[in-house]
Design a binder for this molecule. Structure first.
Ligand SMILES: [Cu+2]
Length: 479
């Protein structure tokens, strides 16, 4: 075995402190693991639940790889057989069939690489082989199932793990000297009477009772030392709720988003991660005390969502004897420009060969789940249709026009997007993301370069019930 394993542990080596998820790392240019999908029992705050999980763990193990690595993952679907044998496209179906997606990776979408058109049925195994380019941007990515019809159920059950590509921010001295926390936010939603996620009605309602977990723990404690700065890697691995997060009393300096470093550290009092987004934060604890990491009450589209108490942050005196004195302790926020991911250079007007508009909608359709389908350019998903055909080596500008009263986080596979406008207003700083929250009844404009990889892939809404109900289309990049 080539696996290098790091057990789940507190980065402070401290009892009672939030543990980082178990980690599997690449060695000598190669990452290799088995990934078993099983149903496992977990005690949630409101029910003893049977969850669909990778390795029976919530969250799944963190994978840490390097640019240029060859990634080989053997996925074993050990779920029971599907009760429904005759799936209806764009309705929830076959909750025990699956596949594997590498969210945000710039890799081939074909064959046994990041191919979301595959279907791995119960009892089957599949060998994924993904070649990460030598110049792949470093940062936070993640992996999760992506089979159309069962994606929301499986992610809402807890299938998902962080995937870290080493480099860029890791080498910034202020980041390197700080302890690192991987924080995966998930909210397994089960029917409290059965403890299972077998009815779509359980997850459909945005305001159904949800209990957010951080690294599988409910309202965990996070320890810091007075004056300390820690590097936190956040992932919203939930199925549909946005997370606009606050941590009053501590300083939040955002240094990256969707894996890519910002131009410089940004002091903020709210960090918003839509479903699928990641954030890199430097968190400074100026004073001893107890603080709340909160998702304050807010309105998502038309739905009022309650305050969520995500975790408690306990800041101990700098000379505490509860943390060994040899545990490293960052104290600095990166100053000046942050290192860029080199291939992500601004896409200029002159490079753009095509402009497209993509209209986000919803359409009453009797006979479908809840009698609706979600649409892109007026149509629900059809795997046999090429909705967008573009040329390898070219760059395009896409405007997402949201005709619905809900925000939709739009995720495009394979190539990252440089976000240029929100609601028609040009952004002074144009960041690179793979998932962009298109405001309710608003617009977002992005630019993309189709480099290295031809083939078919998808773009879709990362509110995953919207995807299952049709909000996805095919992009075909021709060589
Ligand atoms: Cu959506």
């Amino acid at each position: 075995m080539l696996d290098a394993q790091i057990p789940a542990q507190s980065p402070l080596g401290m009892e009672g402190d939030l543990k980082n998820p178990r980690e599997i790392t690449s060695v000598g240019g190669r990452f290799r693991t088995e990934l078993n999908m099983v149903i496992a029992r977990h005690d949630l705050p409101y029910a003893s639940a049977s969850l669909r999980l990778y390795e029976g763990e919530i969250p799944a193990p963190t994978f840490r790889v390097s640019p240029g690595d060859e990634i080989e993952i053997t996925l074993h679907n050990r779920f029971p057989s599907n009760p429904d044998s005759d799936p209806v496209l764009n309705t929830p179906n076959q909750f025990n069939s699956t596949n594997l997606h590498f969210h945000g990776f710039h890799v081939s979408p074909k064959g046994n690489s990041d191919n979301v058109y595959l279907q791995i049925n119960p009892g089957e195994s599949f060998n994924y082989l993904v070649q990460l380019p030598e110049d792949h941007p470093a940062g936070n990515y993640w992996y999760h199932p992506h089979r159309h019809g069962s994606v929301a159920v499986q992610v809402a059950s807890g299938c998902g793990g962080m995937m870290i590509v080493r480099g860029t921010l890791d080498d910034v001295p202020a980041v390197a000297e700080a302890i690192e926390r991987v924080m995966v936010f998930q909210c397994p939603v089960v029917d409290p009477s059965s403890g299972e996620v077998d009815s779509y009605d359980t997850i459909w309602n945005l305001d159904s009772e949800r209990f957010w977990l951080v690294n599988g723990e409910y309202q965990p404690k996070i320890y810091m030392r007075e004056g300390e700065v820690q590097h936190w890697r956040w992932l919203n691995a939930g199925d549909e709720q946005f997370l606009p997060m606050t941590l009053d009393g501590l300083e939040l300096h955002e240094i990256g988003f969707d894996g890519n470093p910002y131009d410089h550290a940004r002091l903020t009092n709210k960090v918003e991660i839509a479903p699928g987004n990641r954030s890199n934060l430097m968190v400074r604890a100026p004073k001893v005390g107890v603080y709340d990491l909160l998702r304050p009450a807010f309105t998502q589209g038309k739905t009022d969502l309650p305050e969520v108490h995500m975790a408690q942050v306990i800041v101990l005196p700098a000379d505490t004897d509860r943390i060994a004195s040899d545990v490293k302790k960052g104290t600095r926020i990166p100053e000046g420009p942050l290192p860029k991911n080199a291939v992500l250079t601004d896409i200029t007007d002159a490079e753009i060969t095509n402009h497209r508009q993509i209209v986000l909608g919803v359409k009453e359709t009797p006979g479908m789940y809840k009698d609706v389908v979600f649409t892109l350019n007026g149509e629900p998903f059809d795997p046999s249709r090429d909705d967008i055909v573009a040329k390898l080596g070219e760059a395009e500008e896409w405007e997402f026009v949201n005709t619905t009263p809900f925000p939709h986080p739009i995720h495009v596979h394979v190539n990252p997007m440089q976000v240029t406008h929100i609601n028609g207003e040009a952004l002074a700083y144009k960041h690179w993301q793979d998932t962009i929250a298109v405001p309710a009844a608003g617009t977002a404009t992005v630019r993309m370069r189709f480099t290295e990889f031809d083939g078919r892939f998808v773009m879709h809404c990362h509110i995953l019930p919207h995807e299952d109900l049709g909000m996805m289309l095919n992009v075909n990049i021709e060589a």
